[in-house]
Design a binder for this molecule. Structure first.
Ligand SMILES: *Cc1c(COP(=O)(O)O)cnc(C)c1O
Length: 376
């Protein structure tokens, strides 16, 4: 199966893992700081705290901002963890609609803040598919209304916005190292910030809120967690980061091929990456034209039958039963439409241009068939 995304594990990864496994210290050792340092250097941020998932990183980001009973403005077009963790930190979530590129609509965000900015504790954006949000506009709003900004850049390690790395601009920036994401540490994530206090707090909460004092003595200052990432995972992360730019180039080559082949096709549109951005191409979303929406199940199944592992990103968070029970029925027009239209097709460094051609040909063939049946 050609999956929509895939990890890159080569001999060098295997060697660093074997070496780390033979070390005396498997967790809580030097590799943790070393990985944090290389992330800081790569992204261009002063401080980092690596964690056992991006979900943990998001949870700590919200915790650090003390959001109990405050409102978090966020996007519904993301993985559930983006807002779940705000709820876990005692905040309330309010969804802002997206634009046609899947990112939060900065104009709708502004309208919401203009209406009433009281009790809003944070804004959390997501760089959908690895394509940066409109950071200048969003940072302007964050400063104007004095509301901290979290960037859930889980998709976007290595992406750029106007020559800055995505994940370097918000007050708190989150990355995921789940195998489908740009680099992997099996499970894993990180919180990055230029605010030293934020990252100090994250490191305290990462390990039970406990600090060692002397000999056997320690003190506990906060109700913390065990959100640590092991040294073995960090050793893998350090090696993965070295290969990231090469892998991003490979993804870009596949994505460019699709961009070219899909121009003006009669079935779907694609998302154009603006010239002042570089996407990590974590996803390659296609947006089916409305006449295909009712046939999406059929299209999805036909692609899977051809061993083309498509996926849909995302069911809007407010569509989950849990959120319906919490918030009632919500309809956001663009997010609903995007969900009906979207399919993520295979785009990653493990596939060849031949594979991409195979995807294109089968996709067009299936859509042509579906179209005929639909018209009859
Ligand atoms: C994958 C993902 C997460 C969760 O990442 P984990 O590392 O699996 O916890 C959070 N937000 C977004 C946008 C994601 O894509």
């Amino acid at each position: 199966m050609l999956t929509y995304s895939h990890q890159n594990i080569d001999q060098s990864d295997i060697e660093v893992i074997l070496k780390a496994l033979k070390d005396e210290i498997l967790t809580g050792g030097k590799k943790v700081e070393e990985f944090e340092k290389s992330l800081c250097e790569y992204v261009g941020v002063k401080y980092a705290c690596v964690l056992n998932s991006a979900t943990s990183a998001l949870h700590l980001a919200y915790k650090i901002l003390n959001l109990k009973d405050k409102i978090v403005l966020s996007t519904p077009l993301t993985f559930a963890a983006t807002s779940n963790t705000a709820l876990m930190a005692g905040a309330k979530v309010e969804f802002i609609d997206i634009k046609s590129d899947g990112n939060i609509d900065e104009n709708k965000l502004e309208a919401r803040l203009k209406k009433d900015s009281k009790n809003i504790g944070a804004i959390c954006v997501v760089d959908f598919g690895g394509n940066s949000v409109e950071m200048d506009e969003i940072l302007y709003l964050s400063k104007k209304y004095n509301i901290p900004l979290i960037d859930d850049a889980s998709h976007a390690l290595g992406a750029n916005y106007k020559d800055k790395k995505v994940g370097s601009m918000a007050d708190l920036n989150v990355f995921s190292f789940h195998p489908v994401k740009p680099i992997t540490t099996f499970e894993g994530g990180a919180l990055l910030s230029n605010n030293e206090d934020f990252i100090k707090k994250a490191k305290l909460l990462r390990s039970h809120g406990i600090e060692k004092k002397r000999l056997w003595d320690s003190d506990m200052y906060e109700l913390g967690y065990n959100y640590r990432l092991s040294d073995v995972a960090c050793a893998l992360g350090i090696n993965q980061l070295k290969k990231l730019d090469i892998n991003l180039e490979k993804r870009e080559r596949i994505a460019r091929f699709y961009d070219e082949e899909f121009k003006n096709n009669p079935y779907f549109s694609t998302i154009k990456i603006k010239d002042y951005k570089k996407s990590s191409r974590h996803l390659y979303p296609i947006l089916l034209f409305p006449e295909f929406h009712c046939k999406k199940e059929e299209i999805f199944k036909a692609l899977i039958d051809k061993k083309i592992g498509v996926q849909v990103h995302y069911k809007p968070t407010y569509e989950f039963s849990f959120y319906k029970n919490l918030m009632g029925n919500i309809r956001l027009e663009n997010a609903d439409h995007f969900y009906r239209a979207e399919l993520s097709i295979p785009c990653h460094q493990e596939m060849s241009l031949e594979d991409a051609k195979f995807v294109k040909e089968n996709l067009f063939e299936i859509l042509e068939q579906v179209k005929k049946a639909y018209c009859e």
